[in-house]
Write a protein that binds this ligand. Structure first.
Ligand SMILES: [Zn+2]
Length: 65
């Protein structure tokens, strides 16, 4: 149950050791923190902007063509 949010987000470790949390659906960096625990509350609060997702869907259509 407490693992569900990690599936939706990619964790990228920066050169300075901080961790970016990137949403897999809208590709927005939703949080940067020192540890995964620090990112968790913001990941749980995140909801994708429908406009952002639509924009990516549009890019996908262009790429297919
Ligand atoms: Zn999102």
């Amino acid at each position: 149950m407490n693992q569900t949010y990690t599936i939706k987000f990619i964790h990228r470790i920066n050169e300075d050791g901080s961790i970016d949390s990137i949403c897999r659906d809208c590709f927005v960096t939703i949080a940067t923190g020192r540890s995964r625990l620090e990112l968790a509350p913001q990941e749980q609060q995140h909801t994708c902007e429908p406009m952002t997702i639509q924009r990516y869907e549009g890019y996908k259509k262009l790429a297919v063509r």
